[in-house]
Design a protein around this ligand. Structure first.
Ligand code: PMP
Length: 386
């Protein structure tokens, strides 16, 4: 039976069984709760019990802040997924990948430069890059928005740090750095570079790559991320950041991450990756069927492609739908959807037009079902809907 946890916002009562009429679908946040049932099925093997005396020290027995066991498991996981080349690269742990995003900006910004490094993105982009860079801005670096204003320069001539999110949040597109050249600097955010969300074509081999447990196992609340760094100086600057800030990542977080990754590794990753991909693929197909009946709404196009992990050509399974309102009068797409009972995230937050809204597809099944139900209603209301 269903374990009693929190009710989806559209249900109440002792068993979360009473539906609140006209309740809107909340598909705003990127909380990856779609994986909760997987961990309910693996409840015993993934449990961590910690005695009061255990691991009280600041340091592990090798005098470091980081677990070597965990580092080994991370390397193994990437070699199984085939999504990143990790040999010959340094590893930095972070309290969520969020901490590492700013550690990377700090590490890549030039020392002793007379002007701050410019932190740039390509549109649409994950809003935290801007929020965080502006919050922490020092004389070292500043947020400077759209990278396309730099494309007349080569990466050499500008003191810029580019965030490259691949697959991208919000639109799931595979991205390459816009700035090129030997001194171009990029932070490759691979939060969604797992078989759940994208076909793995070849392992990414960038100089600075960031991953997170949040979108891999769904444990966003554990707050664990890691980075692979090619350059020793950049690695040292990132490590100094996390060491000086928090004395590294909580040993309890590392213990829990290790337990979870070892459950994933137990079946060579196959069980989690297959489970996650099936759900995401099915959701995308259901959503696509509904949108295909509409002339009012469109979603992004992602071509099927060969996946080295599954060893076949596979269809799209992105974490988010990037929905566009096509009608002239629907300029405020967020409001159009809101009136139809769908709470997404306004495209303007991603630097895009208000004709776009991001819909999260990684929440609970109830959230997705409610989204589909409201969207179907909207589409059926369209005049002359086919
Ligand atoms: N990068 C991207 C592209 C994300 O979408 C997210 C989470 N929404 C993060 C980083 C941060 O994740 P966390 O701090 O939980 O690792």
């Amino acid at each position: 039976g269903k374990q009693v946890c929190e009710c989806n916002t559209c249900y109440h009562g002792p068993h979360c069984s009473t539906y609140i009429p006209h309740c809107p679908a909340d598909v705003n946040s990127g909380d990856p709760t779609f994986l909760e049932p997987y961990w309910m099925k693996n409840a015993a093997s993934s449990a961590v019990v910690v005695a009061g005396w255990h691991r009280m020290s600041y340091i592990f027995s090798d005098h470091s802040y980081t677990s070597q066991e965990l580092e080994k498991s991370i390397h193994r996981l990437h070699s199984i997924a085939g999504n990143a080349v990790t040999e010959g690269k340094y590893v930095v742990f972070g309290t969520g990948s969020t901490q590492l995003l700013n550690a990377a900006v700090h590490a890549l910004s030039l020392d002793n430069s007379s002007t701050p490094s410019k932190v740039v993105v390509s549109i649409p982009f994950y809003p935290a890059y801007k929020v965080q860079t502006e919050f922490f801005a020092t004389e070292e670096y500043e947020f400077d928005g759209d990278v396309s204003s730099y494309t007349n320069n080569s990466g050499d001539s500008v003191n810029a740090i580019e965030f490259v999110t691949s697959p991208n949040n919000p639109d799931g597109k595979l991205k390459k750095a816009v700035l090129k050249g030997p001194s171009a600097k990029a932070i490759h955010d691979h939060a969604y570079n797992w078989p759940h969300y994208t076909a793995i074509s070849s392992p990414s081999d960038e100089d600075l790559m960031i991953f997170t447990l949040s979108k891999l196992t769904g444990h966003a609340g554990v707050r664990f991320g890691w980075a692979f760094v090619k350059d020793k100086v950049v690695y040292e600057r990132m490590s100094t950041y996390t060491d000086d800030n928090t004395f590294g990542v909580s040993r309890d977080i590392q213990l829990r991450a290790l337990k979870l990754l070892n459950v994933v590794l137990d079946g060579d990753g196959r069980s989690l990756f297959k489970y996650a991909y099936e759900i995401m693929k099915n959701r995308w197909e259901s959503l696509s069927r509904t949108v295909a009946l509409s002339t009012r709404f469109t979603i992004q196009d992602i071509a099927p492609s060969f996946c080295t992990f599954f060893q076949n050509v596979r269809g799209p399974s992105p974490a988010y739908a990037w929905l566009k309102c096509e009608r002239e009068e629907d300029e405020q797409c967020y409001q159009v959807l809101q009136a139809g009972g769908i709470l997404g995230r306004d495209g303007t937050l991603f630097g895009a037009s208000s004709r776009y809204v991001r819909l999260s597809l990684i929440k609970y099944q109830d959230d997705f079902d409610q989204l589909l139900q409201h969207l179907n209603k909207l589409v059926l209301q369209e005049e002359g809907a086919t």
